[in-house]
Design a protein around this ligand. Sequence first.
Ligand code: LLP
Length: 425
Amino acid sequence: MPTVGAFPTSRQEIAGVSIAAIAQQFSTPTFVYDASIIVERIEDLKSFDLVRYAQKACSNIAILDLVRRNDVVVDAVSAGEIHRALRAGYQGGINSKGIHEIVYTADIFDKDALDLVVEHDIHVNCGSPDMIDQVGIRKPGTEITLRLNPGFGHGHSQKTNTGGQQSKHGIWHQQIEDCKQRAAQYDIAITGLHMHIGSGTDLEHLAQVCGAMEKAVCEVGNTITTISAGGGLPVPYNAKQAYVDLEKYFALWDESRKKVEVELGHSVKLEIEPGRYLAAESGSLLTEIRAIKMMGENIFYLVDAGFNNLARPIMYGSYHPISVVPSDDSPREDVDVVVGGPLCESGDIFTQEEGGFVSKRSLPQANVGEYLVLECAGAYGSVMGSNYNSKPLAAEVMIINGEAQLIRARQSYEDLMQGERLLDT
Ligand code: LLP
């Protein structure tokens, strides 16, 4: 388990590369990923038989390629994510090691997704009973996984809790018999079970899933060869938060796996499906301070990135560490500031709490033209970006072996209007 690092409010480098140099070369706002952190986080999870990256957290194809080269397979929640996985070198079907490199996990099929699943023989993790019929008609005799909602859930926000009766995710745990009957109609074997109770949860809640999984495996029976613990592992976004004790977490799941192996009389693979854990800490959003102003007693640092680039604060009141990149050695006192973006909307504030309440952050005195880094922005950062206010999507850069390389060009103004057309008059 990694130790919770310091969250400095002033820095000059990311992975040994000068932040100012990155900003000058690639401009701002730009997401910067430190590849070595992703690789370290993958290593942390190596006791599990298989790490399946929930690419929704950060799906740039260079990131997918990096995790693929480190023996991590991938989850896809849409046709677009299947295309990304294929582009990054993953294959459909079962590979020579008997592994489904891509699994489609969702609560519905849209037409494109169903077509792609059939065309590329992608394994499906069904989150709704109707999906069993839909895939069964197109691929009778196939194998599937069921994503079960165990009846409880937990996340860092109510919006990221994926269990219980109020959640739309997964198949209700009491509907297993119905699913078995549906599967039998199409000669489908249920070979996997999966539970994901929420994102950014804790060990206490994660641990409860093991018992629910054991019960569900017994109900499905001996076709099961894989169980998945889902994702949800938290990362510390500030010094008060902590990592989950991974050894303990693995031990709990391993014990459950062994119990079900005895029950079924054959070996069972144990998968984990992290998104945030692999990507969050590797990514920073690099911005430039474009204005500093007083509003009564409040000091605002206004930067060139907004919730069009990093939506987590406005969506969940999420806290992201922030640091300033001083451009000289002059002594800087700390001041309490509000950090906001350029968008024409009052909620475009990075220092806010859930409910939209603006809060202040103690940061070093800074000047217009200096850079500011929003940290721990690798997961659910770039992927949740939008073109709101006609802002082009940010560039993305990966630092690997001490070198910063572009992995996504900043959108151009032409890209911004792509597909739009003026009507003939
Ligand atoms: N597996 C499934 C089926 C999921 O729905 C998710 C996340 C994951 C794995 C990965 O969860 P993680 O390990 O990243 O916690 N936008 C929110 C998070 C939404 C998570 C959606 N599902 C945020 O910024 O916190």
